[in-house]
Structures are given as structure tokens and as C-alpha cells.
Design a protein around this ligand. Structure first.
Ligand code: FAD
Length: 358
């Protein structure tokens, strides 16, 4: 541990970890990652880990497709498994919404991502019938699936350390230190290393990102009509009696329900809605019982109730601040950040290299 680094990263979630890894791998900059608790203790810890490609936004679809290739080659590149399981991914949506994302399908196909489109009355995946109404369409990504967010984050951090980076747990950043219009370091709650100097500070602190920025009146980046808000997201894991049942991985955009198996006779079930926990459980049960055969036999095993940061355009931010030189902001992809983190980390590292003219 030193008192000065080229780059300081605040936050050991999947984004901070990916940036840490790519900076350590692709540059000779000295890099230090500071995590206030244990690594991976924010939103990443509770993530469902879904990896799917098609999104309403072109930018997110492209980031997801490029990241997918990183996940598939993860073991080869990083040396550790990311726990990727190919399950295939179905998305049911209204035809009116489908017309809005048709161009994104072309973009993905150009990146060699397979997507099949069904508008027949019903289709069967893994023994489960999906019924498609006249005004609906079902999209199938045969190569999508899920990976393990904890494994991915830890693998990036461990590999970054192996490549010469420093990563420290239980080291909370209290403040950015600004001189004029430039960042010059951070103040931490660690008595031995209370002040650490750096002319480049990456803020990847999840829901705390806005708090850290607003202490220094940093509100906007130059790319996004952003605004950091907080959202509560619940992750529900259910146990079911027949361990051999394989629930297909799906997202039903009409009802909001999404699901995937997680092994050991358990599955993740969620809703894409921001409700109180009680309303959430009630609504989830009422939707799932119509969609999943024998749902009355399932029991709730665990609920994770957490917060995530997002921007009001849902596109997230991965840019230098246009207010304070040297502050790089990376946060805000509500509910979809894990699947795009590898490519975001790579692109962020490239932008930071440019900042240093290397
Ligand atoms: C329930 C749930 C399900 C999800 N499911 C999916 C999914 O299926 N697929 C998908 O792609 N995405 C999913 N997401 C979204 C995805 O997990 C997140 O977008 C992503 O993990 C965010 O990563 P992050 O690194 O930005 O934030 P975080 O993981 O929150 O990491 C931020 C880190 O910063 C640390 N920190 C905060 N303040 C400070 C400070 N002052 N000093 C030092 N450290 C600090 C925190 O302790 C934390 O470890 C889900 C999210 C949730 C909550």
C-alpha cells in the first residue's frame, strides 16, 4: 500500500473489479481498488446473473453481446470459471414493443448472436409450454444463460492483483479531494492511509456513487441525462419438490415475471417491478401460479432485498465527469449491469488510458 497511485477505484463490485482487471492487464498504470466492506458486497452480490443479449437500447444490446463473448472465454482469459451455464433465454413481449427493437436484432445478428423469433400459438422449451397470444411474440436466444456474479468479481480482483494492482477491503472512501477543477486524491476512514493521492479517481460505488459525487457538487456527466436514484430490487429463490425439473430461463415482459434454475432444486423468480417487499411477494405469487406448472408446490427459500443505482435513461454512465477533471463515473445500469460489466470494464480502461495519453 502506498500513498499515491495513477488510478484509484472506489468500489469492489463487478464494475470496479472489471475496470481494475483491464487497467492492470492493458496498462502500466499503478492502480488501487478500495472497497468499504468485503469485495462484492453490494448489488453484485444479489444479482441473478442473467446473461442475455437483446435490450430495448442499441447501446446495451451491443455491450451485452460483446460482454457475452468475454464470459464464454472467461476461463481461457482469466484462468478461473465464471460459472456460465448456457440455458437458452426466452423473452415474451408485445408485438408493438417488438417493432421498437427490430433493429437491435440486426445489430446482434451482425455480431454473430443467434436470435429466433416465434409468433405461433405456442412453443415448448425444456418441456414447458409458452403460450403466445396474437399480439405477442416470443424471442429465443439459444446461447444465453447465467453466470456467477461473485465468482466473476473475485476472479477479476484476484487476476488484477496478480498483474500488479492493489485491492483492499474495509477501506471506505469518505471524500474526493478536489483542487480547483481537478481531483487530486481521496480521504478514507483508514487512519494509516487516510489521504491517498491520485489524479484519476473512478467512482464505481453502486448506490453510494451519487453520495460521493454530490459531496463535491458533481451532478452530471457529459453523456447521459442522468440523475442517480435508488431502486429496491428483490431476488427470490424458490425450492421445488422435483429436483429434476428444469425451469427454462425466461423473461415475460407482458407480466414482468422472470426465472431461471440455479441447481439443487432451486430457481430464481423475480418481477421487473419496484414494489414494497410485501406487495412484491404477493404479486409474484399471483403471476407465477398462472405461468409455472405446479407452482403451489414451490416454497420460498430466500429473498434478497437490496438497492441499486440507476440513471433516468437506464443507460448507465461510464465517462469522465465534465465538471471535475480526472473523475471517472461508472454506475447506474439498473438490473442489467452484470451482463455488460466485462465490455464496460474494458472500454472504461481504454478511456482512462487515453486520459493518461498512453
Ligand atoms: C436483485 C438483483 C438482481 C439483478 N439481476 C441481474 C441480472 O440477472 N443480470 C444482470 O446483468 N444484472 C442484474 N442485476 C444488476 C447488476 O447486478 C448490477 O447492475 C451490478 O452488479 C452493479 O455493480 P456495481 O459494481 O456498479 O455496484 P455494486 O455491486 O453495488 O458495487 C459497489 C461497491 O462499492 C462499495 N462502496 C460503496 N461506497 C463505497 C465507499 N465510500 N468506499 C469504498 N467502497 C464503497 C460497495 O460496498 C460495493 O461493494 C441485478 C441487481 C440486483 C440488485
Amino acid at each position: 500500500m502506498r500513498n499515491k497511485y495513477d488510478v484509484l477505484i472506489i468500489g469492489g463490485g463487478v464494475f470496479g473489479a472489471a475496470i481494475f482487471y483491464y487497467l492492470s492487464k492493458n496498462t502500466s498504470l499503478t492502480v488501487c481498488l478500495l472497497e468499504q466492506k468485503k469485495f462484492c458486497s453490494g448489488a453484485t452480490r444479489h444479482s441473478g446473473g442473467f446473461i442475455r443479449m437483446l435490450h430495448p437500447s442499441k447501446k446495451l444490446s451491443e455491450l451485452a453481446a460483446r460482454s457475452f463473448k468475454e464470459y464464454v472465454n472467461f476461463k481461457q482469459n482469466i484462468g478461473t470459471s465464471c460459472g456460465f451455464v448456457e440455458t437458452g433465454f426466452t423473452t415474451l413481449m408485445k408485438k408493438s414493443d417488438f417493432t421498437l427493437i427490430k433493429d437491435n436484432i440486426k445489430i446482434l445478428r451482425n455480431l454473430n448472436i443467434k436470435i429466433e423469433i416465434f409468433d405461433t400459438a405456442s412453443v415448448v422449451f425444456n418441456g414447458t409450454h409458452f403460450y403466445i397470444a396474437d399480439d405477442e411474440v416470443l424471442l429465443y436466444e439459444p446461447n444465453s444463460g447465467y453466470a456467477d456474479p461473485f465468482k466473476v468479481t473475485m476472479a477479476y480482483i484476484e487476476k488484477g492483483i496478480e498483474l500488479g494492482g492493489i485491492a483492499i477491503e474495509h477501506h471506505r472512501v469518505k471524500n474526493l479531494i478536489i483542487d480547483g477543477d481537478k481531483v487530486v486524491g481521496v480521504q478514507t476512514d483508514n487512519k494509516l492511509f487516510e489521504y491517498i493521492q491520485s489524479n484519476c479517481v473512478v467512482v464505481s460505488a453502486g448506490v453510494n456513487t451519487d453520495k460521493i459525487l454530490s459531496k463535491n457538487n458533481i451532478k452530471k456527466s457529459n453523456t447521459s441525462s442522468n440523475f442517480f436514484l435508488r431502486k429496491q430490487i428483490c431476488l427470490n429463490i424458490y425450492s421445488y419438490p422435483d429436483k429434476h425439473t428444469i425451469l427454462p430461463t425466461f423473461m415475460d415482459k407482458v407480466s414482468g415475471l422472470y426465472a431461471r434454475n440455479c441447481g439443487n432444486g432451486r430457481c430464481i423468480l423475480g418481477l421487473t417491478e419496484n414494489l414494497s417487499l410485501v406487495e412484491f411477494q404477493y404479486k409474484l405469487y399471483n403471476i407465477a401460479k398462472h405461468v409455472i406448472p405446479d407452482f403451489h408446490k414451490y416454497t420460498l427459500y430466500k429473498t434478497a432485498n437490496t438497492f441499486e443505482s440507476y440513471t433516468n435513461d437506464n443507460l448507465g454512465i461510464s465517462e469522465f465527469s465534465d465538471q471535475i477533471q480526472g473523475v471517472f463515473i461508472c454506475s447506474g445500469w439498473s438490473g442489467c449491469g452484470f451482463k455488460i460489466a466485462p465490455e464496460c470494464g474494458k472500454q472504461a480502461a481504454a478511456k482512462i488510458s487515453n486520459f493518461f495519453n498512453i
